[in-house]
Design a protein around this ligand. Structure first.
Ligand code: PMP
Length: 394
């Protein structure tokens, strides 16, 4: 018997990146595709110690509060409050199963089918999946080197488009690598206040700056911003600890849905995360290491890509995060077609088209510099160069 699923399932497709992760698991392929932190930089010893400590407390193996361990919410409220320059009550913080769950719950809380959601293009694919599942009417505004083009957003609004939600990855964008400029943050917040939409400020990469911290969050400037962040890129993805903070009524609605989604998160990983995030001296040192090491890798990848492609490609100016966006000047190339040849040559990337809503991003691709050391990145770029030549000649 064929199955019939809900209408919600009609428009859904598998994430190209999740699919690629399987394809590129081959040991002979260097994958610059997934946004995976290097396991070398994941503080496993510290996690082991904190897990041992937590296990001495029976509460760590018990169900917990739906909104997350109180001690963790206290630490997060203090850290996030300091970033947005005003006190945050722990009741305005919900700990989620990664920030991906925060996105998914927020979409269910805020959106009815056919509601308009504005995303940046290229867009974070995980957000596209969530908004598609919510049956939203997805519109895109372009990104440039200063992040979301807020003038384009304003034009959309002035033309009468009324979004319920605007999604932005404000720091070290996935996939584009750029940072939303300070004046655009204020402008976006002002537009949210004026037109009454919610901003979802999705920020898992803000701590991974190489030189200077990014400007204050968009959430600094408006109460209509729900801010999301995560322990995945700074501690470990496997903790599955993300969080959102903002409007109390939104937090309460998220809590209600989370009760039905998973009852609560993992008391064990909440305790581990709370211990690590509240050890400020250790955390500062750890973040410093990540910033230095990822910074060196980003520079190595930029240098290798420039050497390999010269004028044939332009690169994003990366100042943090994990990703570099490469655009080939030959716009007849489709990097989705280049990918199989690249995998044959032993390197994988994510084709630009995976991040598109309507625009043709076929001449672009995303590289992640976080997973491999500098020499491997350089070798991977050479392989990519050979694949590019082989593809051009075929
Ligand atoms: N938002 C963005 C922009 C991301 O890049 C990611 C991870 N790829 C997430 C959210 C979700 O991360 P996590 O669920 O691990 O916190």
């Amino acid at each position: 018997m064929p199955h019939t699923f809900s209408r919600r399932m009609d428009g859904l497709r598998s994430s190209a990146i999740r699919d690629l992760l399987t394809l590129t698991a081959r040991p002979d392929v260097v994958s610059l595709a997934g946004g995976l932190p290097d396991p070398e930089f994941i503080p496993r010893e510290r996690i082991r110690k904190e897990a041992e400590c937590a296990l001495a407390d029976p509460a760590s193996v018990q169900y917990g509060e739906t909104t997350g361990l109180r001690r963790l919410r206290d630490v997060l409220a203090a850290r996030e409050g300091a970033r947005i320059g005003r006190a945050l009550d722990p009741g305005q913080v919900v700990v989620t199963h990664g920030s991906q769950q925060a996105l998914s719950l927020l979409a269910q809380v805020l959106l009815d089918p056919a509601d308009i959601v504005v995303v940046e293009e290229p867009a974070y694919t995980g957000a596209l999946q969530v908004f598609r599942a919510a049956q939203a009417d997805i519109r895109a505004v372009p990104l440039d080197r200063d992040g979301m083009d807020t003038t384009a957003l304003q034009e959309l609004l002035e033309a009468g488009v009324r979004p319920t939600v605007v999604h932005t990855v404000s720091n070290f964008h996935n996939p584009r690598g750029v940072v939303l400029a300070a004046d655009r943050r204020e402008r976006l917040a002002a537009l949210a206040d004026r037109y009454g939409f919610w901003v979802i400020e999705d920020d898992p990469y803000g701590e991974l700056f190489f030189d200077a911290p990014p400007p204050p969050p968009v959430a600094t400037f408006s109460d209509r911003v729900i801010r999301l962040s995560s322990a995945s890129k700074i501690l470990a993805p496997a903790l599955r600890v993300g969080w959102l903070h903002g409007d109390r009524a939104v937090c309460e609605a998220v809590e209600l849905l989370k009760q039905g989604a998973d009852l609560c998160g993992s008391s064990l990983t909440h305790q581990i995360t709370a211990a690590m995030l509240s050890d400020e001296a250790w955390l500062a040192l750890h973040l410093d290491t990540l910033r230095t090491r990822y910074g060196a890798r980003s520079r190595a990848l930029t240098a290798a890509t420039t050497t390999t492609f010269g004028n044939a490609a332009t690169l994003s100016d990366v100042k943090g995060g994990m990703f570099c966006w490469v655009e080939f000047t030959d716009d007849t190339i489709d990097t989705a077609d280049l990918l199989p040849t690249a995998v044959e040559h032993g390197v994988a990337f994510v084709p630009g088209s995976a991040f598109g809503v309507g625009a043709d991003l076929g001449a672009a691709l995303r590289l992640c510099f976080a997973t491999c050391p500098e020499d491997v990145l350089a070798g991977a770029c050479e392989r990519l160069g050979s694949a590019y030549l082989a593809h051009a000649q075929s």
